[in-house]
Write a protein that binds this ligand. Structure first.
Ligand SMILES: NC(=O)c1ccc[n+]([C@@H]2O[C@H](COP(=O)([O-])OP(=O)(O)OC[C@H]3O[C@@H](n4cnc5c(N)ncnc54)[C@H](OP(=O)(O)O)[C@@H]3O)[C@@H](O)[C@H]2O)c1
Length: 236
């Protein structure tokens, strides 16, 4: 019985990943971590629970110091941690002179410090028999995005962290994946581009399908790369 720990499942890309994952055979235990328990319960209702044990863990990544106890509790409940999907993300896009230390701190706590602690704590258990870690970065972490200082720099950090850990964790049979989606119609995207028509950009299911393919048993050579996910949308 394998266990997948997943964040950001209350909406957007994370919700679609959780739904697809529940239909796949790889992971029987799915632990969803987030601060909006009600939204995660809605996701749970959309999932296929046949043969699965799905659980919801209440944590606000504003307080990453709470992560070690939760990962330990998940391990105690399920007996293994085989996959970790860091999908939760936060943004409050501001120009440099409007960017407060609070904005920087909050963005980094959700987008960098929490994934770091989730990885470190999960690897304590995962290193026994190998596993998979996938981090959701962004094309914003690769190319300049004026006005998105905290978000873009946090995503550049998770790209670098993923690449560093690919080498460091390979000796334990742990594969580290990093994906960088482009524009995708979610709540977060609405904060970054409030005037954009969401029907003209990629949908969460598109990104979720790539993520689920990457962590499937069939994949063997795409770890360690920053995989860009973009879709050409036909213009009417
Ligand atoms: N949409 C895009 O265009 C795009 C492009 C590239 C990368 N990404 C990345 O994709 C990932 C998923 O985002 P999305 O686009 O699907 O947007 P979304 O629907 O807004 O999802 C973001 C998720 O992160 C969770 N989250 C935020 N702050 C949190 C906190 N303090 N504690 C716990 N959970 C928290 C949110 O939960 P709440 O509901 O509680 O806020 C939500 O479930 C993010 O890492 C984002 O940076 C998105």
């Amino acid at each position: 019985m394998k266990t997948c720990v997943i964040t950001g499942t209350g909406s957007g890309i994370g919700r679609e990943v959780a739904i697809l994952l529940s239909h796949a055979k790889e992971y029987e235990h799915i632990a969803m971590l987030g601060r909006n328990v009600e939204a995660m319960k809605v996701t749970e209702n959309l999932m296929d629970e046949t043969g699965k044990d799905i659980s919801v863990w209440d944590i606000d990544f504003q307080y990453p110091e709470k992560i070690p106890a939760i990962i330990e509790a998940i391990y105690e409940k399920y007996g293994s941690i085989d996959c970790l999907l860091n999908i939760a993300g936060y943004t409050d896009p501001q120009s440099l002179l409007q960017t407060t230390l609070d904005n920087m701190e909050m963005t980094y706590k959700v987008n960098v410090f929490s994934p770091f602690l989730l990885i470190r704590e999960s690897v304590k258990y995962m290193k026994k028999s190998g596993g998979k870690i996938l981090n959701v970065a962004s094309t914003a972490g690769m190319t300049p995005r004026p006005g998105w200082l905290s978000y873009s720099s946090s995503k550049a950090s998770i790209i670098s962290m993923s690449q560093t850990l690919t080498d460091e964790l390979s000796e334990y049979g742990i594969k580290v994946y990093c994906v960088s989606p482009g524009r995708c119609a979610t709540k977060l995207r609405k904060r970054l581009a409030p005037n954009e028509d969401p029907t003209t950009i990629m949908q969460p299911r598109d990104v979720a399908e790539v993520i689920c393919n990457l962590i499937s048993n069939e994949e063997s050579c795409l770890d360690g790369q920053n995989i860009v996910i973009r879709k050409q949308i036909k213009k009417h």
